[in-house]
Design a protein around this ligand. Structure first.
Ligand code: HEM
Length: 157
């Protein structure tokens, strides 16, 4: 018998509506956080939805961010000259994961390890791209993240 197809991380977490719930709540927390609030003091009202679209595309969903929001180069550009530090990055990741717990997003070991892997990678790139002298590769492809070594969601095995 053919095994069922492996869902994308995007499908497993519940698609764009789940991601919008996550980023909306996350930036509410950010606004209350002494370390991060000043970093995001001037973000637009659409920022949570844009980040949701970006994450959705990376995690295997539709290419909405590439089609409508300027793709990876635009995202990198948003981080230029922000002088982000490791303590801000760490708080950002910590708050996002706490929000995922708060909203009862899938918490199987397979999904969470893949999510943490991407967030560590992406947030460290954001810090690098925010340092003086960083520049944008106008052809930077959109990253695509999958299940990695665990290869698929929890099966009880
Ligand atoms: C995986 C990690 C990350 C992802 C996927 C991500 C994604 C994004 C995206 C998609 C945008 C542009 C939104 C738009 O098109 O309007 C953006 C902007 C921004 N990001 Fe990130 N980001 C990450 C990490 C971080 C971290 C760690 C920080 C700071 C601690 C940060 C600070 C910012 C700021 C300040 C902006 C501009 C907000 C504004 O419009 O004022 N990002 N990010």
């Amino acid at each position: 018998m053919t095994p069922p197809p492996v869902p994308t991380l995007y499908a497993w977490l519940g698609g764009i509506e789940a991601l919008k719930r996550l980023t909306t709540r996350f930036y509410e927390h950010v606004a209350q956080d002494a370390l991060l609030a000043p970093v995001f003091a001037h973000m637009g009202a659409d920022h949570p939805a844009h980040v949701a679209a970006f994450l959705g595309e990376v995690l295997g969903g539709p290419a909405t961010y590439s089609a409508e929001h300027g793709g990876h180069p635009h995202m990198i550009r948003q981080h230029l000259e922000r002088h982000l530090t490791q303590d801000k990055r760490r708080r950002w990741v910590e708050l996002l994961l706490a929000t995922a717990d708060e909203l009862a997003m899938p918490d199987d070991p397979e999904f969470r390890s893949a999510l943490v892997g991407y967030l560590e990678w992406g947030s460290r790139l954001a810090v690098i791209n925010s340092q003086p002298g960083a520049s944008v590769d106008e052809h930077a492809p959109m990253p695509r993240w999958g299940w990695g070594e665990v290869k698929g969601p929890y099966t009880g095995a």
